[in-house]
Design a protein around this ligand. Structure first.
Ligand code: ATP
Ligand code: CA
Ligand code: CA
Length: 403
């Protein structure tokens, strides 16, 4: 089977057992959490549920290939969040655990996190540091309230927070925390270039290999690349206003919960270049289950102006579905609010880094010899202001003519 990104994980892979346990745990925990939804109370933000898996199985757990323990954090809260984000419970289970084919993205980066894509590419599992897990639990209530008030929030959509605990090297124990979140990029639309933008220029460049024929899509470009290439997010006045309002609300939350180091992840689809996928493949994943517009809009609330978007000849005879065509992307527009040749897939990612003592030390250290606006470690307020400013300056439909 073809895997879109990363390496396929199958039996024998060093992380196969961990991935298997994660998915088995989610499947059992999520299907158990299915009674009537009640109004959330404060306890729901503290509840944890433990499940024990082994070969024999138990009343609560089916027999499992491996021995491990699974912990589910605030299951009712995440169930409610999934519903706010428009996920169908059955779909979620099938997508994430239907078949044990996962792909792992490269080797762990600076943070040491691993990323796994669900088979249908809709969801990402990211392993997180213990401190990030604590941070998410600490802010969960604020996050939940924010999502309720901001259905179009650009901040990562968290669908679950879990932990697996399993034997490791004969006598050791390995504990791994992880979140399930939305993949910002669509399953069946090519992303021609992507940027990870923090609003800092300090070290924020991806060096491209000049000897290879430049296939931009394989790189994650950064702030300096964005500036050097004179890139911009092209939104006319209408979308710009909506976009800025949402960014401001989101950054206000990120300041309030004292996080930093987050990025705007931006994927650009160039309409002229088009797709290497068939249209039928595209529709198979996101085929809407309803003709009711309001339901469709709710299915993926990230698009700030869905109805306005795709030219109607893309899905001839299916005008009802027209605005659904972006899989959550947002069409570029010019100063007259008319569509332009790019579709953006964007969101704010990696937002669980608390401005901790460690960062405070880093700020002092980096301040020596570098001006404060170019360094990357800053208190949450300054970080947020700088981030917002960078994105706003980088958003303009007039800066560059449609390519
Ligand atoms: P670091 O702390 O060193 O920045 P990290 O391990 O915390 O790294 P992230 O910054 O969360 O990792 O993500 C790294 C890369 O993975 C991103 O630049 C992006 O290319 C991809 N990625 C992360 N989250 C998503 C997402 N929700 N959708 C699509 N791609 C993502
Ligand atoms: Ca990051
Ligand atoms: Ca990080």
């Amino acid at each position: 089977e073809k895997v879109l990104v990363g390496n396929k994980i199958s039996e024998g892979h060093e992380n196969f057992v961990m991935a298997y346990n994660m998915l088995t745990g989610i499947r059992v925990a999520v299907s158990r959490c299915s009674g009537v939804m009640k109004k959330l109370n404060d306890d729901d933000f503290k509840t944890t549920k433990k499940l024990s898996f082994n070969m024999d199985g138990s009343e609560l757990t089916p027999s499992s290939k491996y021995d491990f323990k699974f912990k589910d954090y605030c299951p009712e809260v995440f169930r409610e969040l999934r519903s706010l984000f428009g996920l169908d419970p059955a779909d979620y289970l099938v997508s994430i655990t239907g078949k044990y084919i996962l792909s792992e993205l490269g080797s762990p980066g600076k943070s040491g996190s691993f990323f796994y894509y669900s088979r249908d590419y809709r969801f990402i599992i990211k392993t997180i540091h213990h401190s990030e897990h604590k941070q998410l639990r600490r802010i969960l209530k604020d996050y939940y309230e924010h999502v309720k008030e901001n259905p179009n929030t650009l901040i990562s959509q968290f669908y679950g927070l879990h932990r697996v605990k399993m034997p490791f090297n004969k006598s050791g124990i390995r504990k791994v925390h992880f979140v399930v979140m939305n993949n910002l990029f669509p399953p069946h639309r090519d992303i021609h270039r992507k940027f990870d933008l923090k609003g800092s220029t300090w070290g924020r460049i991806t060096k491209l290999d000049p000897t290879k024929e430049q296939n931009l899509a394989q790189y994650t470009l950064k702030d300096v690349n964005f500036l050097d290439r004179h890139e911009s997010i092209k939104f006319g006045p209408h979308k710009r206003k909506l976009f800025f309002a949402q960014l401001e609300a989101d950054v206000a939350l990120l300041k309030k919960i004292n996080v930093m180091d987050y990025s705007l992840l931006l994927g650009v689809h160039d309409v002229k270049k088009g797709n290497t996928f068939e249209l039928s493949q595209k529709l198979s994943v996101f085929d809407p289950k309803s003709n009711d517009k309001s339901i469709l809009i709710n299915t993926n609330p990230r698009d700030i102006d869905r109805e306005f978007d795709l030219p109607s000849n893309v899905f001839p005879g299916r005008s009802k579905y027209v605005f659904y065509g972006h899989d959550g992307g947002i069409r570029a527009t010019n100063e007259d609010n008319e569509p332009m040749g790019e579709i953006y897939y964007l969101g704010i990612i990696d937002c669980l880094t608390n401005y901790s003592i460690k960062k405070r030390l880093e700020t002092v250290w980096r301040s020596i010899g570098h001006t404060r606006s170019t360094i990357s470690a800053l208190p949450a307020h300054e970080y947020g202001d700088r981030f917002l400013k960078f994105i706003k300056v980088g958003t303009s439909s007039s800066k560059k003519k449609s390519s």
